[in-house]
Ligand binder design. Structure first.
Ligand code: ACO
Length: 461
């Protein structure tokens, strides 16, 4: 077997809840000032799950759909990794639950297990999958990187930054989206910005302001390190800065933070440009000559100046990737990959051919990486790959809007019955999309059983 080339994402499947709450209505319901969630945070709708769905059911659905849509046989998978921070059975992995989908085929020879660190686990799953294919352990089969979470917060300031969803990525050689070798920059450190110390609750303990500072400082560090690695390979990249990327995707807790993050990267480029060149390239920003990264996390002046001057960078490289984040909310581990899916469904595929996409993944606690994806030059293969996502927009537009009162009641049901046993969920089954796995029952030993809503004829939902 020869050394695999162009390892990356061969197929991607996206899942979001069939129900959502409107953020304008939620502002009113919560007594927040009009515009706080929609303009201040940049969120339009928030997807949520009733007690009929949990992280296991989300993963069962997304993996089944990917294999059905792409006609992948269970025996073709040699590794399956799950990234999630939604913990149900603690010692028992979600991956082991997914093995039910492989039972009939007799394929139990599937490496990989769950990875947890807030919103970063999906990236760890993807990296592990790519690494396996590029390693001596590879046996020629595909890997599957799966990420899923139910992002819910207690009542209060953080609640509108919730969401839910799942993404599955089929990883293999000769992929339409290739993870560029040697271009990964990682930053990890100890921080209590967001964590889940109360194991009986789905809700995190969160220091919102600290989490934003941690996110932005991890972004700075990863970007500067990524630039160093890129410049070592190509010294000309130094002058290009963000122009090295044709699109940039971010983990998206809420869209406004991403808009600020693009400005933050422009500020990094500014600081990395020598003072003589700055004068011509950054007209009108001389007053920031002595500013530093550390002193400006919440500096409104810097934020506003760079957001205004480089709005075109946000518009051209990032805005289109925020569709699902804006319409569904923070999915946690799938968030940044929902950005990838949004970009693919929102941009004419010909425009992306041969382009470089930058990716910033962040998980509180904290773990962060920046890396890049090279889009294939093969127009036919890429077109085929993107066309498989043609269900995303119709599904997004066919969701059911639920009143904030009902949303709040459903959150209380989840809250009250989290880890209850025995338990039979009461959430609507008919509200779910076709082909959705749902929780049927939890028995007195906390064992969960799932059923599936009928699929549409050919298994394409
Ligand atoms: N119209 C327009 N904008 C408004 C209005 C209004 N009526 N009211 C407030 N705003 C703006 C504010 O000015 C602010 O924007 P700015 O920061 O650009 O000035 C924005 O809306 C949010 O308002 P805040 O008062 O800062 O919001 P609050 O502190 O109540 O909560 C927070 C925001 C901290 C993000 C909270 O939702 C939270 O804790 N979320 C979870 C943590 C999180 O997502 N962290 C990010 C990284 S970690 C992760 O991914 C989980």
């Amino acid at each position: 077997m020869s050394w695999p080339e162009n390892v990356g994402i061969c197929a991607i499947e996206v899942l979001f809840p069939s129900q959502y709450v409107d953020q304008t209505e939620l502002e009113q319901f919560d007594g927040a000032s009009a515009g706080k969630y929609t303009i201040g945070l940049g969120q339009a709708k928030m997807g949520f799950c009733s007690d009929r769905e949990d992280v296991n059911s989300l993963c069962l659905t997304v993996v089944s759909r990917l294999m059905e849509r792409h006609h992948i046989k269970p025996t073709e998978i040699g590794r399956l990794e799950v990234g999630t921070e939604t913990i149900v059975d603690k010692s028992k992995s979600v991956k082991s639950v997914l093995m039910q989908l492989f039972a009939d085929s007799g394929n139990t020879d599937i490496e990989g297990i769950d990875t947890t660190n807030a919103c970063y686990g999906g990236t760890a799953a993807l990296f592990n999958s790519v690494n396996w294919i590029e390693s001596s352990s590879w046996d020629g089969r595909y890997a599957l990187a799966v990420c899923a979470d139910i992002a819910v917060y207690a009542k209060g300031a953080a609640r509108p930054t919730g969401g839910a969803g799942a993404i599955a990525m089929l990883v293999g050689p000769n992929a339409p989206l290739v993870l560029e070798r040697g271009l990964r920059a990682t930053h990890m450190e100890h921080a209590y910005d967001f964590y889940k110390p109360d194991l009986s609750s789905e809700y995190p303990t969160v220091d919102g302001k600290l989490s934003i500072q941690c996110y932005l400082s991890a972004l700075d560090t990863c970007y500067q390190l990524y630039r160093k690695k890129l410049e070592k390979r190509n010294p000309k990249a130094a002058d290009l800065g963000l122009e090295n990327f044709d699109a940039i995707l971010f983990h998206t807790p809420f869209c406004k933070l991403v808009q600020k993050s693009v400005a933050r990267l422009c500020f990094n480029d500014y600081l990395l440009t020598n003072k003589e060149k700055r004068a011509s390239k950054y007209v009108g920003l001389e007053r920031f000559d002595n500013s530093t990264l550390e002193s400006t996390y919440f500096d409104r002046d810097v934020e506003k100046a760079f957001m205004t001057q480089f709005n075109n960078v946000f518009e051209s490289k990032t805005k289109k990737s925020l569709l699902l984040a804006n319409q569904v909310g923070n999915m946690y581990t799938p968030s940044v990959y929902s950005g990838l899916a949004s970009l693919l469904v929102n941009v004419n595929s010909a425009e992306l051919l041969g382009k470089r996409i930058g990716v910033f993944s962040y998980g509180s606690g904290l773990a962060a990486s920046m890396y890049s994806i090279a889009v294939t030059q093969d127009a036919k293969a890429f077109e085929k790959f993107v066309q498989k996502l043609n269900y995303v927009l119709p599904a997004l537009n066919s969701r059911e809007k639920v009143a904030p009162e009902t949303f709040s009641e459903l959150m209380e049901v989840r809250e009250k019955n989290n880890h209850a046993a025995p338990y039979t969920p009461t959430g609507s089954i008919s509200a779910l999309f076709p082909g959705t796995y749902y929780l049927k029952n939890v028995d007195e030993l906390h064992r969960r059983t799932y059923e599936r809503t009928p699929t549409i004829s050919n298994g394409v939902h």
